[in-house]
Design a protein around this ligand. Structure first.
Ligand code: SAH
Ligand code: SF4
Length: 337
């Protein structure tokens, strides 16, 4: 038996009272203690007979850098997935993977290089967080689903994982962020789910006209116009905004014309969104270039002048392959980065 894998069936499988299960969960998830012999409020014979595992992932390696640490986990079926812990000013953020590989096929992203292998189970999604917070003995306040994979293509497992993050780890909805390539059918599904649509949403836009967007994100479904329409009536709590992510790639989508087009696309959503520009993070497998700093700032300035809230995310962890778009399930690839 496994506390994570069998999470939703524990009562049936273990055949014990609910409050005993709550005690075990509290030891594991709240106190981060997985040594059954130390669970002192459980009767001794009960502890001795309890045959329970706590993790579904095995830690393969981890690479710290200044503000971030990249963790490589091995799944039970032998694949490698990655998570990145980021140290912010007053809290920690964990970037979590939701799939092994990715089917969207973005030309600028290492996660897409070998297509999709499979969805991660909710247990594998949660264990990235559980394992790392236990190992580092820290409270990780924020989770961003910005690791490998398209989270909304794995909706049911993502939802179960979010439920566990709230219930067992005491995280707040406002501190969970789903980042999606923005298939319009996925956005519609998200909108109709009152639990999932109350989490933070980030949309990867990345281009200002359909032809380029389709070229950069080949399998994405739905036009920019349809996407913006879906977002225009997205249910948002007061003062909450949708993040629009835009990877800036030298000579591809970083011109002043692009800035102007982006403004035109976003102006109707002005008060519902904030824009996050991500200068492209290079890697040896893809031929794009990082944009020139002056172009990044010029791009931002135009939008700020036109009253669009706009920040730049200079990714942490470039040197360890932990930055956005550099996560890959092939260990060979990730350790080469
Ligand atoms: N699949 C989801 C979440 C994972 S990607 C999505 O696409 O939103 C997280 C973010 O990293 C996305 O905004 C994506 O556009 C960005 N990204 C991917 N590759 C990148 C790269 N090489 N450099 C910078 N950002 C990248
Ligand atoms: Fe998938 Fe996101 Fe990478 Fe695109 S950017 S291939 S959607 S992980």
């Amino acid at each position: 038996m496994n506390l994570l894998k069998d999470y939703f069936e524990l009562e049936n499988i273990l055949n014990i009272e609910q409050y005993r299960i709550s005690q075990i969960k509290s030891w594991a998830f709240k106190k981060k203690i997985t040594d059954i012999s130390k669970m002192s409020d459980l009767p001794k014979t009960f502890r001795e007979n309890l045959n329970l595992e706590f993790h579904v992932l095995e830690l393969d390696s981890y690479t710290p850098s200044k503000d971030s640490t990249k963790y490589v986990f091995k799944t039970k079926d032998g694949y490698f997935i990655e998570s990145v812990l980021i140290k912010e000013k007053d809290h920690f953020t964990l970037c979590v993977s939701t799939q092994i590989g990715c089917a969207v096929g973005c030309k600028f992203c290492v996660s897409a290089l070998n297509g999709l292998v499979r969805n991660l189970g909710f247990d594998e999604i949660v264990d990235q967080y559980f394992y790392i917070s236990k190992k580092e003995n820290i409270f990780i306040r924020n989770i961003v689903f910005m690791g490998m994979g398209e989270p909304l293509a794995n909706f049911e497992h993502l939802k179960k994982a979010c439920f566990i993050f709230l219930k067992e780890f005491g995280l707040s909805k406002r501190h969970l962020t789903i980042s999606t390539s923005g298939y319009t059918n996925y956005i519609r599904k998200l909108k109709s789910d009152s639990f999932m649509n109350s989490l933070n949403l980030a949309i990867s836009l990345n281009a200002t006209f359909d032809e380029l967007r389709q070229h950069l994100m080949p399998n994405v479904m739905g036009s920019l116009k349809e996407l913006i329409k879906e977002l225009s009536n997205y249910p948002l709590a007061p003062r909450r905004r949708i993040t629009i992510e835009y990877v800036l790639i030298d000579g591809v989508n970083d011109s002043l014309e692009d800035t102007k087009r982006l403004f035109n696309i976003l102006k109707a959503l002005k008060h519902k969104i904030k824009l996050n520009l991500i200068p492209y993070n290079p890697n040896p497998f893809i031929d794009f270039k990082r944009p020139k700093e002056k172009n990044v700032y010029a791009f931002q300035e135009y939008l700020l002048k036109n009253d669009i809230s706009c920040t730049i995310r200079w990714s942490k962890g470039l040197e360890t392959g932990a930055a956005c778009g550099n996560l890959s399930y092939k260990k060979m690839i990730s350790s080469d980065l």
